[in-house]
Design a protein around this ligand. Structure first.
Ligand code: SF4
Ligand code: SF4
Length: 292
């Protein structure tokens, strides 16, 4: 089984639109949205949920109102200011609680439970392009790196169970913990970049990350015609480092038009942009087949 992650040094490069198109073009795959802090591949793929699971990660304190005597010890000891007295007595603000367990240890009434934190949900769904694994974190929930690992594991298990040979992932933007998790065990990272100085800088950072984790790396320059000089600089950088440039895609309003219709751009096959993406996917597959 092979795993491809589409990444970008930062958000807003068109990564998800391209992943959606590749999800359409790729055969025998599970699609996986690893951009768990801001998932939006579902807007294009419109998944129908078939399985829903709670994502539990870390711990949080919870006060049992029946046992609490209202002494206030917990609030005075919590250095994260997570416990407040309100109309319903003392309660813990789950967003502030860091799970240090101090209040649990010092509550004289043993009124504080220490429970696994419910951070969101993950789903296995069906889409018009095949199965999809995705998630929704609650606002303010952390541990997105761990959720990425859960999703990847589920996607791999699903691919094995269904006899599919590819996991195609929409990675998180940036170079933080979720991206690092999304690179783990991946055969190929395809970075989508835009021709701006900051785009080049972000690309270099994400390329270094892939080099560090020994993940094969290739590049798509999106909207290359918006700044030919910068596009040339990115190409020169890729040549120097031996990173294949898989495509130089023009800025094309058809991408937005498809998005508004809830479609991926390759579902509008008459467009030159769609034909270019079809060739790009063929290049990705060829590159993938060449990786040992
Ligand atoms: S320390 Fe325990 S008994 Fe005292 S206010 Fe906090 S939860 Fe209630
Ligand atoms: S576990 Fe720690 S952070 Fe959470 S409410 Fe108790 S003292 Fe505060």
């Amino acid at each position: 089984m092979r795993e491809i992650v589409i990444i970008s040094g930062k958000g807003g490069t068109g990564k998800t639109s391209l992943t959606g198109a590749f999800a359409h073009l790729a055969a025998n795959k599970v699609v996986c949205d690893l951009d768990v802090d801001a998932p939006d591949l579902h807007l294009l793929l419109r998944p129908v949920r078939e399985r829903e699971e709670r994502f539990l990660s870390g711990y949080e304190a919870r006060i049992d109102g029946e046992r609490c005597t209202g002494c206030g010890v917990c609030a005075s000891l919590c250095r994260f200011d997570a416990i407040r007295e309100g109309e319903r007595g003392y309660t813990v603000d789950p967003i502030r609680c860091e799970g240090c367990k101090v209040c649990v240890a010092f509550c004289p009434a043993e009124a504080i439970r220490f429970e696994l934190r419910h951070c969101g949900h993950w789903y296995v769904s069906s889409t018009r392009f095949g199965p999809m694994v995705h998630a929704q974190l609650f606002p303010g929930a952390e541990n997105s790196g761990r959720l990425v690992m859960v999703l990847k594991q589920q996607a791999r298990e699903l691919a094995t169970a269904k006899g599919l040979d590819l996991v195609l992932c929409d990675g998180a933007p940036g170079i933080g913990c979720p991206v690092i998790s999304s690179l783990s065990g991946t055969h190929l990272a395809v970075a989508v970049t835009e021709p701006t100085p900051s785009g080049r800088h972000d690309l270099e950072r994400v390329a270094d990350l892939c080099r560090h984790f020994q993940v094969a790396f290739a590049v798509i320059i999106n909207k290359h015609d918006l700044n030919q000089d910068e596009a040339s600089r990115i190409e020169a950088y890729c040549r120097e480092r031996d990173y294949p440039v898989l495509a130089r895609l023009p800025h094309d309003p058809i991408v937005t038009r498809a998005m508004i219709q809830g479609l991926v751009v390759t579902e509008l096959p008459e467009a030159a942009f769609s034909r270019e993406l079809t060739s790009t996917w063929a290049r990705i597959e060829a590159l993938m087949n060449g990786i040992g």
